[in-house]
Design a protein around this ligand. Structure first.
Ligand SMILES: Cc1cc2nc3c(=O)[nH]c(=O)nc-3n(C[C@H](O)[C@H](O)[C@H](O)COP(=O)(O)OP(=O)(O)OC[C@H]3O[C@@H](n4cnc5c(N)ncnc54)[C@H](O)[C@@H]3O)c2cc1C
Length: 479
């Protein structure tokens, strides 16, 4: 008999949620972690970045206190050490939370680096990999080194920063997200290579903290996965804040000085320029952790750095599953969690619904925030839909005006034939909280009629959502 019904490798949002759901369903479960419980998300990703961005947001309001009729006496200054300390403290709290959940659900924690050695078997060795960051605390009562067997093994090993050849991060002058999150001192100037969610969130944080920020993006728009109009709106807002943005251009070479970098930048027309900055952040995506975990030994199929899975997270090898970042894009914590539940429920034979990737929302917590779900206008057209598009500007929303945050845009896209909501795209205050309304609507296969009949509370930012729907059908009220 195997030691466990299910062993999960990696304790990020994919892994630890899989372990909890497995335990809930009565499986004898263990989770293996080599660095820190709760994975990248809680320790070096989603949560500590939001803590930093919150400090930046409060600094911004402090600097604009007069706009709200408030006078601050004495100075209102950023204390970088305290800001970073707060962010790290929050990461530790999340880490402890997962430790508590493992204990509560009677999931055994095995501390070390796991490798598949044969079907149903893993070997756990002490972490060899030079940890990019100090290891988290070893959970009390954790098992260690050894060989463990299970009927089902779920690989949830996550991802790490992508490095471009010749532009590799060195942790000193060229940072990944790890170093960007714990600066010992504020650089005066910063070059951010890549304007996806991670790059733009750091660009936003550092700009608000007063750093001269330049963003270089190889594609024609910032936040390239977003609708072009939202990208253009966000770009204007960032430029107004003093960010320099260069699109359709790439960093081709970096020369390192004693305490600065000089980046050579080439645009699509062959135009060249150099920019010198104190530090550079490489934010060009992440790659799955597929190496040294025994995938080749068992013949588990991979494709472009990720494990290939079916609708129920099964790999091509019986008894081996993969979820989260290591199982491919979009590399988001909520996608990892959702896959975790699908994977375990399918093992139990509960026939969960496969995930519809079109329904996965994306959020970027820059200032202004960006959030979306479904098809962009360009993708809806490319898919052959005849569409109706509605737009509503936050400037005409009473709550946004009262908040002093009236810059933003809500855009909705409908199938003109059926009224089906195909996509919703938001940029503006608190839109990362608003988007869920559209996500639920899309999951319920809502039409324009139902949205127009829904009563939105007044005064709320959510009213922009309804107005954009009304606008798509020529019925907008406050514009
Ligand atoms: C700066 C930043 C900000 C982000 N912000 C957001 C956000 O706002 N919203 C969002 O949805 N997503 C965000 N993400 C992405 C999110 O963090 C990931 O999608 C999520 O963490 C993926 O979860 P996971 O469980 O697949 O893997 P991870 O969280 O990466 O966890 C994998 C775990 O596996 C462990 N591991 C790896 N190999 C082994 C092994 N051989 N043995 C034992 N353990 C192993 C690792 O140590 C790690 O703890 C952000 C990412 C970054 C870097």
């Amino acid at each position: 008999m195997a030691d466990y019904d299910i062993i999960v490798i990696g304790s990020g949002p994919g892994g630890y949620i899989a372990a909890i759901r497995a335990a809930q369903l009565g499986f004898k479960t263990a989770i293996v972690e080599r660095e820190h419980l709760a994975g990248i998300c809680s320790n070096w990703g989603c949560i500590p970045t939001k803590a930093l961005l919150r400090s930046a947001e409060i600094l911004h309001y402090g600097q604009h206190a007069k706009d709200y009729g408030l006078t601050l006496e004495g100075s209102f200054k950023a204390d970088l050490e305290a800001i970073v300390k707060r962010s790290r403290g929050i990461a530790v709290r999340m880490n402890n939370g997962v430790q508590f959940l493992m204990k509560k659900n009677k999931v055994d924690v095995i501390w070390g680096e796991a490798k598949l050695t044969k079907p149903g078997t893993i070997a756990v060795a002490p972490t060899k990999k030079p940890a990019m960051q100090p290891q988290g605390p070893v959970p009390k009562g954790a098992k260690g080194e050894g060989t463990y067997t299970a009927d089902h093994i779920i690989v949830a090993t996550g991802a790490r920063p992508r490095a471009l050849p010749g532009l590799e991060p060195d942790g000193k002058l060229i940072w990944t997200y790890f170093e960007s999150m714990v600066p010992a001192k504020m650089p005066k100037s910063l070059l951010v290579m890549g304007s996806g969610a991670i790059g733009i969130e750091f660009a936003s944080f550092y700009r608000t903290m007063g750093v001269e920020v330049t963003v270089v993006e190889v594609l024609p728009q910032v936040v390239p996965v977003e609708d072009a109009e939202i990208g253009a709106f966000a770009r204007k807002a960032f430029e107004k804040q003093g960010m320099k943005i260069i699109t359709s251009a790439k960093v081709t070479k970096v020369e390192k000085g004693a305490d600065s970098v000089t980046a050579h930048i080439e645009d699509e027309k062959g135009g060249k320029q150099t920019i010198t900055a104190d530090r550079m952040i490489s934010a060009v995506g992440v790659v799955g952790n597929i190496e040294n975990i025994g995938l080749e030994t068992l013949g588990v199929k991979t494709d472009r750095g990720c494990i290939v899975i079916d609708d129920f997270c099964r790999t091509n090898v019986k008894g081996v599953y993969a979820i989260g970042d290591v199982a491919g894009p979009p590399m988001l914590a909520h996608k990892a969690e959702h896959e975790a539940v699908i994977c375990v429920e399918a093992i139990k034979g509960l026939h969960p619904h496969p995930m519809d990737k079109a329904m996965i929302p994306g959020c970027t917590y820059c200032h202004p925030q960006i959030a979306s779900v479904g098809l962009t206008e360009a993708k809806a057209k490319a898919a052959g839909y005849e569409i109706k598009v509605g737009r509503f500007n936050f400037v005409a929303n009473g709550k946004a005006v009262a908040l002093g945050e009236d810059s933003g845009l809500a855009k909705t896209i409908f199938d003109a034939k059926t009224g089906k909501l195909l996509g919703a795209h938001l940029v503006g205050p608190e839109v990362t909280e608003l988007i869920q309304g559209f996500v639920v609507a899309m999951n319920l296969e809502t039409t324009e009629e139902e949205l127009m009949h829904t009563i939105f509370p007044h005064p709320t930012l959510s009213e922009v959502m309804k107005e954009s729907v009304l606008d798509a059908y020529g019925k907008v009220l406050n514009a």
